[in-house]
Unconditional design. Structure first.
Length: 431
């Protein structure tokens, strides 16, 4: 450490990162500033950062960032081929939208499914919003209710998508297989969020009906028949995805398998829709480029966390927290670590999981916390932050739903946080 100061000072850039994460600052700039400050505090040569970045390109975080880019690329192909629109219309038609509750339910399922398939909340809802809004507006669904649906149901897709960044990260940190992850963390948290979202969305709909309405909405026919190419591409996409997921589960593939799945599914879908190879790859590159900023951010985030870890700051923090957790009580630890993740660590969910794992892994092993419980703590601690604060995710879904009703979104967020913390409290008694 610089001037031989305490390793705890290496946590200052992390605190700065958290503060800036909630401000209107470019996320790459945020991480870059914090990397430089951390390097100075930990006596790292700034002129040697090139080799550090080169090493970071082979890190787990870099892989997750690349998977996110491929998810965006796949989404662009699905939109170009009409597959995304076909999936949306099919779900809406099968469930029916002749009542407000059915409209809420069908919108929830559509948002969750597409988010799970693409691994991106904003990207998936941006695709479905122009299609869903005219359909639900005809039933009288308000922008406030649809914003709650996009937020609550959309995020759950990230909890269960086999190749969503957060799922891949937690599986990598805990060593759980996809099936084990779903049983221990993904499905229970998803169930809680979906139930809360459905109840709250219907309540918001009741309270805002006649107050907020959609205006100047174009008419879209849910019974419109997709083109032959779109149907063929949809079948090709779904069959390819299912077969690759089954195979991945069978051979217990790791996070890197997601690259193969997304790339293969995108190519098969494009070919089935009779896109020229040039058009297909142009679409892939265009879609991936939208997430380039996040890929760069993750490459920078890896040395940021590595420098802090090498300084001994996390170990020093554990020593400070030991009196709080001296009882060895799993319930206390579960609640403290979860709440620290939700309210104390900002930024991208993947980054939050990495920080939480570095901070608390020693306690996890010392207290005998099960891998399943730790996976649930990581999931709730990193993802539920989006519900706790009216930040980018929440405001983004409001924008897509054309809603300005922040009050009801905050109510939804607080309710989701309360019930997920309650879930952790109950789950911690079992290990």
């Amino acid at each position: 450490m610089l001037f031989g100061i305490s390793p705890l000072f290496a946590l200052l850039p992390l605190i700065l990162y958290i503060i800036l994460a909630f401000k209107d600052i470019n996320p790459i700039l945020n991480v870059l500033l914090c990397v430089i400050i951390t390097a100075i505090l930990t006596n790292k040569p700034l002129l040697g950062m090139g080799s550090v970045i080169a090493e970071s390109l082979g890190s787990f975080l870099s892989l997750v960032g690349f998977i996110i880019m491929l998810g965006s690329a796949l989404g662009a192909v699905l939109k170009k081929t009409g597959v995304a629109e076909n999936i949306v219309r099919t779900v809406m038609k099968k469930i029916g939208i002749n009542t407000e509750k059915k409209a809420v339910l069908s919108s929830m399922i559509t948002s969750m499914v597409l988010t799970a398939l693409l691994g991106t909340l904003a990207g998936a809802n941006a695709i479905i919003a122009p299609i869903i809004i005219p359909l639900v507006a005809a039933i009288g669904i308000t922008p406030s209710a649809l914003a709650a649906v996009f937020m609550g149901a959309g995020l759950t897709g990230l909890f269960i998508g086999p190749f969503s960044p957060q799922v891949v990260t937690i599986m990598g940190l805990t060593g759980l297989s996809y099936g084990q992850y779903l049983i221990s963390a993904g499905l229970p948290v998803t169930a809680v969020c979906l139930i809360v979202t459905y109840i709250m969305a219907n309540r918001i709909q009741k309270n805002t009906k006649g107050i907020y309405v959609y205006e100047h909405v174009e008419n879209i026919d849910v019974n419109e028949v997709a083109s032959v190419e779109a149907k063929r591409a949809t079948y090709a996409f779904l069959i390819t995805l299912v077969l690759l997921i089954i195979y991945g589960i069978y051979v217990k593939s790791g996070a890197s398998y997601a690259v193969v799945v997304m790339f293969t599914a995108a190519i098969v879908t494009g070919v089935a829709a009779k896109l020229s190879l040039n058009d297909l790859f142009d679409t892939l590159v265009q879609g991936a480029s939208r997430m380039m900023w996040l890929f760069i951010m993750f490459i920078l985030f890896n040395p940021f966390i590595t420098f802090i870890e090498e300084s001994g700051a996390f170990e020093a923090l554990v020593d400070v927290l030991k009196p709080l957790l001296a009882s060895g009580n799993k319930v206390v630890f579960s609640l403290v670590s979860t709440l620290t993740g939700i309210f104390g660590i900002g930024g991208a969910a993947v980054a939050q999981s990495i920080v939480m794992d570095k901070m608390f892994k020693g306690f996890v092993e010392g207290l005998g916390i099960s891998t399943g419980l730790w996976a649930m703590i990581l999931l709730i601690g990193s993802q539920i932050t989006s519900f706790a604060y009216p930040e980018a995710d929440m405001l983004g879904q409001m924008g897509l739903a054309r809603s300005k009703d922040l009050k009801n979104m905050v109510k939804l967020g607080v309710t989701v946080v309360v019930f997920n913390v309650l879930l952790i409290f109950i789950r911690s008694f079992f290990g």
